[in-house]
Design a protein around this ligand. Structure first.
Ligand code: PXL
Length: 279
């Protein structure tokens, strides 16, 4: 019997609202990986609940290096290192140090470069944080930006993003940094009524698209859900295209189910009853 793949998940915990660790942990566990949280911050709820300055925020930056030091003492090794929403350039400097300590020859690094949505950087994403996130993503094996984040990584205008397949393939190739990293770009629509992801697979140097029915709503935390399913599938040994298919399909099914149940979008998607489909 083989041990479960072990993943360091560098994420915050937001008590209410389904994002970051409250999504990452159950999904990775259901998919058979051991998830070890390296906590960046503790919040009462994610920042999409208005007014966003009401959420409590406990910065845990100073615990990150101490946690890493303890893990090093214990001789912990990781099959993957996965980071998402980050609060400060300092945290990114610490993660770069974490790579030096824990990134082995076979450790996969997934950076979800959480910086913004709908063409706008999040309030917390200062130009300095964006620059550091670009630097962190430079060293990743795989990144999972949405359009807003792709534009920030390429230093392109969001409004001038491509809408046709050929132009999107060019952005995917540019985001791959000459084929060094895999890219999964989310929120792509090539046809009315469909939405999904485009990818560049660095193993085969090919691009491709995976589409699903577009549901008429938007939910916070679906980026975290998508990246977690993608990583869970990759750690089970699936190839990138098949992993993208699982992520696109699972997010679509969770959104459709949530719309049926009718809970407020700000509370995120009702993924719990569908978790067993990932097992
Ligand atoms: O889903 C990304 C995310 C993670 N953590 C916190 C957030 C967000 C997005 O807004 O606010 C605290």
């Amino acid at each position: 019997m083989k041990a479960a793949p072990r993943i360091a998940a560098i994420q915050d915990i937001s008590g209410f609202g389904r994002c970051s660790l409250t999504v990452v942990l159950p999904v990775l566990s259901a998919m058979g990986s051991q998830c070890c949280p390296l906590l960046t911050a503790s919040l009462s709820a994610h920042t999409a609940f208005p007014p966003s300055d009401k959420a409590t925020f406990l910065d845990l930056t100073d615990q990150m290096e101490r946690t890493a030091a303890h893990w090093a003492e214990l001789g912990v090794e990781f099959d993957a290192i996965y980071s998402g929403f980050l609060g400060s350039p300092d945290q990114i400097r610490i993660i770069e140090g974490f790579y030096q300590q824990f990134r082995g020859a076979n450790t996969r690094v997934l950076v979800d470069p959480v910086m913004g949505d709908h063409g706008k950087p999040y309030r917390t994403c200062t130009p300095e944080l964006c620059a550091k996130m670009r630097e962190l993503a430079d060293g990743a094996d795989c990144i999972t930006p949405n359009w807003t984040e792709a534009a920030l990584l390429l230093e392109e205008d969001y409004a001038s993003r491509p809408t046709q397949e050929g132009g999107i393939r060019t952005w995917l190739e540019r985001l791959s940094l000459e084929g060094r990293r895999s890219v999964v770009l989310t929120g792509i629509s090539l046809r009315e009524g469909q939405v999904g992801a485009g990818y560049f697979d660095r193993i085969t140097s090919t691009t491709g698209f995976v589409m699903a029915h577009q549901e008429p709503a938007h939910f916070p935390g679906t980026g975290d859900l998508f990246a977690s399913v993608l990583l869970g599938a990759l750690m089970r040994g699936d190839e990138l295209p098949g992993s993208v298919e699982q992520a696109v399909s699972f997010v679509q099914r969770c959104v459709a189910h949530t719309l049926k149940v009718g809970t407020p979008p700000v509370e995120g998607v009702q993924f719990e009853p569908l978790l067993k489909e990932l097992v």
